[in-house]
Ligand binder design. Structure first.
Ligand code: PEP
Ligand code: MN
Length: 441
């Protein structure tokens, strides 16, 4: 394969690898490894996202903030997948639209950080940049970036994706089974009865179809796509290949990749990279984004005005949605583009408790989605989806929700390697809340 020529544009948030020879060897090894996804699957996702951009589907992107090698276990993957599937059923019912399921899974091993280093008790070491770069333990050996971790991340992603494919194609994701988990949730959770009506409505709809003899294959299998932030270009570039069918480039490390809030510079290497690949891509946009940025990103990343190619993932913070977002959404439709707008109600709502725990309040998360729906409705645009950080475990990382978690509860089970995630109960409650919003949209 001819070598792809990458730009020398500045790339923010890259690790300082101590040994360039080892980096080159690790990159060369990545370049020989089989693709994790097939370009045709990326095209299929792009088509589906195009439907969402046109108001005919809803996107659920969800998974870990930072996957870790330690938690890349069958139990953990199953727990996350199950939670996302449960949410998707509730959202499908509320929206009466197909829900496109995208996991932050099988590659979310890279983290942007606010500082290049971290200092604890007078010792300064490189910041943790995700398991694909270094280890979270605070000692010199662990924190030194090791390019062979990129290869390890590839293999971990491969194993996770294999299990996801098995679960979603092999019967585990059967709609009736997923619905029965939701019924258990409603029965077993103290305040779950709030959602009993919705769950029993879904039950009646399923019973009706069964009585009619309807049993489509779609009830038994699920299309589930992988995604992560395209952050460390020493991973994404060697994973980018020429598609033999079309001659186009695809980043075959995931179906969908996004560029983060900290790396979306118009003249930076990440946007340039995203412009060269044919995957559907996302761009995170925070409250400092301008209408000009939106227009420039669209002309660079979606020159063909192809619905589904580019999604904007708005992460404004609950208090800024109504003042900032309308201008950006309006600008995005100006020149004939049909972008997809997705709400990330997590990253603009992070706070630190006096005990030093990074957390998010469930009310702020719900509040940001409410404000997003309101802005979309006022502009006559489709609220295209949500992007959530969650785990299937009963962690105590975010405040509130029906279990009313308090700041004092956070240390009980605080396990995240990076940002606070909704636990299983909070995730399902959010799905029921968004489902109600979708019904009324
Ligand atoms: C993330 O999605 O984990 C992340 C770092 O987001 P953002 O780029 O929006 O801060
Ligand atoms: Mn995060």
């Amino acid at each position: 394969m001819p070598e792809i020529k990458w730009s020398n544009l500045p790339a923010a948030q890259q690790p300082t690898w101590p040994n360039q020879d080892e980096l080159m060897k690790a990159r060369a090894e990545l370049a020989t490894l089989p693709p994790l996804v097939f370009a045709g699957e990326c095209d299929q996702l792009k088509l589906s996202l195009g439907k969402a951009a046109l108001g005919k589907a809803f996107v659920l992107t969800a998974g870990d903030c930072a996957e870790t090698f330690k938690h890349n276990t069958a139990d953990s993957i199953r727990g996350r997948l199950r939670t996302v599937l449960q949410m998707a059923v509730v959202l499908t019912y509320g929206s009466t639209l197909p829900v496109i399921k995208i996991g932050r899974i099988a590659g979310q091993y890279f983290k942007p950080r606010s500082g290049d280093t971290e200092t604890i008790d007078g010792q300064t070491l490189p910041a943790y940049r995700g398991d694909a770069v270094n280890d979270i333990e605070f000692n010199e050996d662990s924190r030194t970036p090791d390019p062979w971790r990129l290869v390890k991340a590839y293999h971990a992603s491969s194993a996770a994706l294999n299990l996801v494919r098995a679960f979603t194609q092999g019967g585990y994701a059967d709609l009736r089974q997923v619905h029965s988990w939701n019924q258990d949730f409603v029965k077993e959770t103290a305040t779950g009865e709030k959602y009993e009506k919705l769950a029993s409505d879904i039950d009646r709809a399923l019973a009706f179809m069964e009585a009619c003899g309807v049993d489509p294959a779609e009830f038994r299998t699920v299309d589930f796509y992988s995604s992560h932030e395209a952050l460390v270009l020493d991973y994404e570039q060697p994973m980018t290949r020429v598609d033999s069918r079309t001659g186009n480039l695809y980043d075959v490390s995931a179906h969908y990749v996004w560029v983060g809030e900290r790396t979306r510079q118009l003249d930076g290497a990440h946007v340039d990279f995203a412009s060269k690949i044919n995957n559907p891509i996302g761009i995170k946009v925070g409250p400092t984004t301008t209408a000009k940025d939106i227009e420039a990103l669209l002309s660079k990343l979606d020159p063909d005005k192809e619905p589904g190619r580019l999604s904007f993932i708005a992460r404004m913070g609950v208090s800024k949605v109504e003042s900032v977002l309308p201008i950006l959404i309006q600008a995005s439709f100006k020149n004939g583009h049909i972008p997809l707008w997705i709400c990330d109600p997590m990253h603009g709502n992070t706070q630190t408790t006096p005990s030093g725990h990074k957390t998010r309040d469930f009310n702020d998360v719900v509040g940001e989605v409410v404000a997003f729906f309101k802005v979309c409705k006022n502009l006559g645009k489709h609220p295209g989806g949500i992007h959530i950080e969650l785990t299937g475990d009963d962690v105590t990382e975010c405040l509130g929700g029906m279990e009313e978690l308090l700041a004092a509860d956070l240390p009980t089970r605080y396990e995240t390697a990076c940002d606070p995630r909704l636990n299983r109960v909070q995730s399902l409650e959010l799905a029921f809340r968004v489902s109600e919003m979708l019904k009324l949209r």
